[in-house]
Every structure is written in structure tokens, then in C-alpha cells.
Design a protein around this ligand. Structure first.
Ligand SMILES: C[S@@+](CC[C@H](N)C(=O)[O-])C[C@H]1O[C@@H](n2cnc3c(N)ncnc32)[C@H](O)[C@@H]1O
Length: 285
């Protein structure tokens, strides 16, 4: 998707969508056992690469599931999201984290700023996943690591979203259609989640999952090969790959040199990142 107006309209819709349906599904017991609530590849990554002195950026933190876990490891944490409400919820969870509202298509940080960059389930919700990937790579320091979770093009969910998604999204636009969804698709969806989660998933959590997976204004899907090419283009080495989570596959990269996005950005901005990105910064008040 190239047109700038279309991109900003889509991002505005995405922010509004996650304001209404933040990716929130944790119960109080999930919160008190926050380590157990993390997906296994993420736990492994954090154990291996995040230390007490790591400067960490979490891009697309949502309501703070990962943020809360990361705080066990490091205090040098900045979390970004495009949805104001998600950030407010995350801040209630972790009051001492720095939160910034921004788009991952133009992050308000200088290049080479973080030892660890995490973006779990986010770049595929943006108008241009490749650009968001490049921005994540740009802000990582040379020698730093990245954890990127992205929708897998080779899973059934791709068909679910592209075939069923438009139908349900159209239905949802009017009251009768929404009532129909709440009476049919949602209870079914909740039931499946209830079984899969061993009885843990709440009705509200299921609604938020449903709106993230089916109703989200934008989801793009990417193959292993495609993401590997992006990594190579950005000067990243692939350290680990994990498809075990199903719809999202996980890539762990190490940045080995200045990235393509970084070099282009430095040239086009006369090498003064700070002024350029300041314009895109919205502090959370
Ligand atoms: C599926 S949730 C994932 C949240 C969190 N990473 C997690 O795993 O719990 C996707 C998040 O991406 C955020 N998001 C979508 N588009 C974005 C963009 N262009 N820039 C920053 N965040 C974005 C949404 O607001 C939402 O909170």
C-alpha cells in the first residue's frame, strides 16, 4: 500500500480499532504469574538476550503483557503503541515504564539506540510491514538483537482473515449485523478459546481476540523466505526461527551493521535524526 493518504487513514482506523478493542485478555491470575503467560519463544528470548542493563524498545506493546514481564529483567524500557487506550492500560500495569504514542512506520528514536528491539504481532497490522520491519532494525544498535513476531502466510489463518474477515467486517457495520455476530460467531469463538485455554479465556478476552484476529482493519501475511530477505537487506543475521506458535512465526535477528533503512534515513535527513523524528512524537500525558 503506497498512497500516503491511504496509509494515514488506515493507521487512524487501526488506532481507533485498538482503542475500542485493545489486545487485552489477561486475568488477574495471568498477571500474577506473568512469566507463565508469555509465549515460550518470547520467554526464551528474554532469558537469553535481556539483561539488567539492556536498553529495550517494545514496539506495539498493546496493554502491556510483554511490558510487565520485561520489567522483571530491565528498567531501561521504552514502550510504543499507536493506540492511546492500550498505552493507558499498559501504564496502569507498569507505572514506571516510559510510554510513547507513535507509529512504527516512523519511530521517534535515533538510529542505533537500543540493545534489544521487540515487536510481537504488530508489523502485520501496519500499512507497510516491510517499512515497519526496517524501522525496528534501524533503532537497534549494531550488535543488538531483535524479536519479531509476524503472521505466517502459510497458515490457515490467512484464508480465515481474507475470506471470512471481509464478510464479518461488513456485517459488523450495522446494528443487526453486530447483533448477529454477538449471537453466533462470538460464542462459538469463545467456546473454542475456552477449550484451548483450559477454561481460562473470559468472554471479554475472547471478544478482544476476535476483534484482533478477524475484525482488525489490516493484517498482512509473510513467509519465512520473505522475512529472511528483509533481514538480509537490513544487515541482520538470523539467530533463531520458531514457527511453533502457529499463526505467528518468530524471528530472532542480530544487527551486524548499519541497516539500509538507517542509511537512507540519515541521507534524507542530513544525518539529523532527532529533528526529523521529533515531529512524530506524541508523549503520553
Ligand atoms: C495484536 S496486538 C499485540 C500487542 C502486544 N505486542 C502483545 O503481543 O500483547 C497489536 C498492537 O499493535 C498496535 N499497532 C498497530 N499498528 C501500529 C502501528 N502502526 N504502530 C504502532 N503500533 C501499532 C496496536 O495498537 C496493538 O496494540
Amino acid at each position: 500500500m503506497k498512497n500516503a493518504d491511504q496509509q494515514s487513514e488506515l493507521q487512524a482506523r487501526t488506532a481507533e480499532h485498538y482503542d475500542r478493542y485493545p489486545f487485552e485478555f489477561m486475568t488477574p491470575s495471568d498477571e500474577s504469574a506473568i512469566r507463565a503467560t508469555q509465549p515460550e519463544p518470547f520467554r526464551r528470548f528474554v532469558d537469553q538476550y535481556v539483561t539488567a542493563t539492556s536498553r529495550v524498545a517494545e514496539i506495539g506493546c498493546g496493554p502491556g503483557r510483554g511490558t510487565l514481564f520485561l520489567l522483571d529483567k530491565t528498567a531501561h524500557l521504552i514502550a510504543v503503541d499507536i493506540s492511546y487506550r492500550s498505552l493507558v492500560m499498559a501504564r496502569q500495569r507498569t507505572p514506571y515504564t516510559a510510554f510513547i504514542r507513535a507509529t512504527n512506520l516512523m519511530l521517534p528514536f535515533q538510529s542505533d539506540s537500543f540493545d534489544v528491539v521487540i515487536s510481537d504481532g504488530v508489523i502485520h497490522h501496519t500499512p507497510d510491514a516491510r517499512q515497519a520491519f526496517g524501522e525496528n532494525a534501524r533503532i537497534a544498535a549494531v550488535g543488538g538483537t531483535l524479536y519479531i513476531g509476524v503472521y505466517n502466510r502459510k497458515r490457515y489463518y490467512y484464508y480465515f482473515y481474507t475470506v471470512l474477515g471481509p464478510l464479518l467486517q461488513r456485517l459488523e457495520r450495522n446494528i443487526a449485523g453486530r447483533a448477529f455476530i454477538y449471537a453466533t460467531a462470538l460464542p462459538l469463538y469463545w467456546l473454542v478459546h475456552l477449550v484451548k485455554s483450559g477454561g481460562k479465556r473470559t468472554w471479554k478476552g475472547a471478544i478482544n481476540f476476535f476483534y484482533d484476529y478477524i475484525m482488525t482493519p489490516r493484517a498482512s501475511f509473510h513467509t519465512y523466505e520473505e522475512v529472511c530477505i528483509w533481514g538480509r537487506e537490513e544487515g541482520l543475521d538470523l539467530l533463531a526461527y520458531d514457527p511453533s506458535l502457529g499463526n505467528v512465526h518468530v524471528f530472532v535477528f542480530r544487527k551486524t551493521r548499519r541497516t539500509r533503512t538507517e542509511v537512507i534515513s540519515a541521507y534524507s535527513q542530513g544525518d539529523s535524526d532527532a529533528d526529523h523524528f521529533k515531529a512524530n512524537l506524541h508523549e503520553l500525558d
